[in-house]
Write a protein that binds this ligand. Sequence first.
Ligand code: UGY
Ligand code: MN
Length: 247
Amino acid sequence: MTDLFGFTRSVVKRNYALLSPAGFVASSLPGWANAQVVAVITPVLGARFCQLLVTLGPDGSGTGGGNGQELFVFVLEGSAHVQIGDSTAALATGGYAFLPPGLAYRIAGAAPGTRLLVFQREYTPLAGVAAPEPIFGNEHEVTGAPFLGDEAAMLKLLLPDTPAFDMAVNIFTFQPGATLPFVETHVMEHGMMMIKGQGIYRLDSDWYPVQNGDVVWMGPYCPQWFVATGKETARYIYYKDVNRSVV
Ligand code: UGY
Ligand code: MN
């Protein structure tokens, strides 16, 4: 909560949005029980995917699947059990699950106060390529690589970069003062959440201070750039649509 009534850092524009946690409001969504769900990015905003922030209460659960939707579930804090088809995994903080289309899933057994970040969308099949299988992992077990050769900007890819996947989910870790090397302007869109530290995000022709907990939607062709500020590393996790034709 900000102390100043009538003030917010949140901004919603045609091709981007910055959403500060101070303005988050939960909605009740089918499939989530005993859970607070904030639909931070949705097609209603102009995006072609959903980004949800879920806080699971006692006996909280999320169920669904068996349709064309795919989900990427990341444990921001706490722990949870994820079951999909015949597979089950216990996810700790930093753990994640990719839940492909066509299989029923259940997320439950969460520690009190568990917080999840979910990216969700309709899977786009690719002719001749089978849809991915479920994946479980933990970001602590994923090795980062210097982004375009810069050791101060390390990038972890949480999903395989293969044609079966139509989404990528990555984590960037920036040392203080490190930047994206240039102002990117691309057809892919992003859903992003700051998970540590702070920095300045350029969105279109505007610059915004951002910090841990902030959410950003970058629509297609939204010029984007970041510099980590302050004295601690800055980290964000983000979604990107990949591997599908745009013509
Ligand atoms: O993958 C990306 O496009 C990434 N470099 N963009 C970003 O961090 N805004
Ligand atoms: Mn980008």
